[in-house]
Design a protein around this ligand. Structure first.
Ligand SMILES: CC(C)(COP(=O)(O)OP(=O)(O)OC[C@H]1O[C@@H](n2cnc3c(N)ncnc32)[C@H](O)[C@@H]1OP(=O)(O)O)[C@@H](O)C(=O)NCCC(=O)NCCS
Length: 144
């Protein structure tokens, strides 16, 4: 486990598996995604594969207050399941997680999201709007 960034009392750590964080992750995702379909935690369990980079924001005694993972592909990857605990939203924890992912993973980073303004501030561009109203966005993330 690497600590990659420190934001006040919050550390951003990177792992290559979900082992050890599952109970904490379930409660975090249920708090962050309260509306239907409410199955975000179970979708992570189905879709996450060991080795995919996991980024977590942790505070005292390893309590997880932020999470995202990257599903890699040959040209970059898809950022999945970004979530920040409601008590810690607005403190740049979500931005720090995304910035760490962009720092560590070059290529075209994709996201499908309902919060396009948040991602635009981090360099993502909208490509199109899906029929369900969510936004497909990309961040061309290359060394200059
Ligand atoms: C969206 C989310 C990850 C943002 O994390 P956060 O740590 O609260 O955001 P930050 O403090 O880093 O915000 C950075 C900037 O984005 C803006 N922002 C944050 N959430 C926003 C939202 N929902 N809509 C519009 N702008 C938003 C902030 O106002 C801030 O703007 P500023 O730089 O001009 O001050 C968090 O609110 C969350 O987990 N929400 C519930 C789950 C969710 O919607 N996840 C995203 C799915 S892809």
């Amino acid at each position: 486990m690497d600590t990659v960034e420190q934001v006040g009392q919050v550390k951003i750590i990177r792992r290559d598996s979900l082992s050890g964080i599952l109970p904490n992750l379930q409660s975090l995702l249920e708090l962050c995604y309260p509306k239907p379909p409410k199955d975000v935690f179970y979708r992570v369990l189905e879709q996450y594969k060991t080795g995919f980079p996991v980024y977590a924001a942790v505070r005292k005694e390893e309590e997880i207050i932020g999470f995202a993972y990257l599903c890699p592909n040959s040209k970059g990857g898809t950022l999945e399941t970004l979530a920040v605990h409601p008590d810690f939203q607005g403190l740049r924890v979500g931005s720090k997680i995304v910035e760490e992912i962009l720092k560590k993973h070059l290529g075209v980073i994709q996201i499908t999201t309902r919060v396009p303004i948040f991602f635009e501030k981090l360099g993502f561009k909208q490509v199109f709007t899906l029929p369900d109203g969510s936004h497909f966005m990309i961040c061309p993330n290359f060394e200059v």
